[in-house]
Unconditional design. Structure first.
Length: 250
């Protein structure tokens, strides 16, 4: 453990990662989403794909846990279980794909998916049909596939639920519970396949502090009356991070 911690602090580009984690926390504090879309394009420039995913999962699992009891009350746990079962089907395929491709492809994938999600959010594209059980399973599987290969489990679920007639509290609760479940499942699959490295785990622990501080700062700075302004600021940060993460600039 001391060796892993020393290795984490000796990581080249550590302050670049810390800055990315802090900025991702600010965006999460502003909008309630966007952590992976900001952090992964930054981390992929410094770490291997599996190291970047590991640090993201470790730091991102800690903050939302305190909100789980409320989310269980306000959300629909049965739907979250369906999403989780779907994710469990898609995750292994996503991880297998990631293991087959070079790091540059991972970086392209992260940035392209983040930018595509951003375009869909800004344009207001939503699914307008009925939320059937097979559709929920399929959406969870798609999220699991994206989680495994580019570390972004949220886009399909966010776009699906934004079209529903559920109250916003239930949408946020279901999304939060699903993302936590997807993180836990992905960590388990990475561990099972031997992709978890002690140094990357400790680096994720190190990222918890700047990420938490960023969350706190974003929440403190946020003013409900200027929600549109903050959302657009978050969009610009996500776009900048995704564009910066493209291998074009190497």
């Amino acid at each position: 453990m001391p060796e892993a911690l020393a290795g984490a602090f000796a990581t080249p580009g550590l302050w670049f990662l810390v800055s990315g984690a802090f900025l991702a926390g600010i965006v999460r504090g502003f909008t309630g989403f966007g952590t992976a879309m900001v952090y992964l394009p930054v981390a992929a420039q410094v770490l291997t794909p599996f190291e970047a995913l590991t640090t993201l999962l470790i730091k991102d699992l800690t903050g939302p846990l305190i909100h789980v009891p409320r989310a269980l009350r306000e959300g629909d746990p049965a739907d979250v279980v369906r999403l989780g079962i779907g994710a469990l089907v898609g995750l292994p395929f996503g991880v297998w794909i990631l293991a087959q491709v070079p790091p540059e492809v991972f970086r392209w994938g992260v940035s392209v998916v983040a930018l595509s999600m951003l375009v869909l959010l800004i344009s207001g594209v939503r699914y307008r049909g009925r939320l059937t059980r097979p559709l929920i399973f399929a959406t969870g599987a798609t999220g699991g596939l994206l989680a495994g290969c580019v570390g972004l489990p949220g886009p399909p679920i966010i776009l699906l639920y934004m079209a529903s007639t559920l109250p916003i509290s239930a949408i946020r609760a279901n999304t939060m519970l699903y993302l936590i479940l997807a993180d836990v499942l992905l960590l388990a699959i990475l561990w099972w396949n031997g992709y978890l490295v002690a140094t990357a785990v400790m680096l994720g622990v190190v990222m918890i502090l700047p990420y938490t501080l960023g969350n706190w700062a974003g929440a403190r700075l946020f003013r409900p009356g200027a929600e549109r302004l903050y959302r657009w600021a978050a969009y610009l940060i996500i776009a900048g991070s995704a564009l910066m993460g493209l291998p074009l600039w190497d």
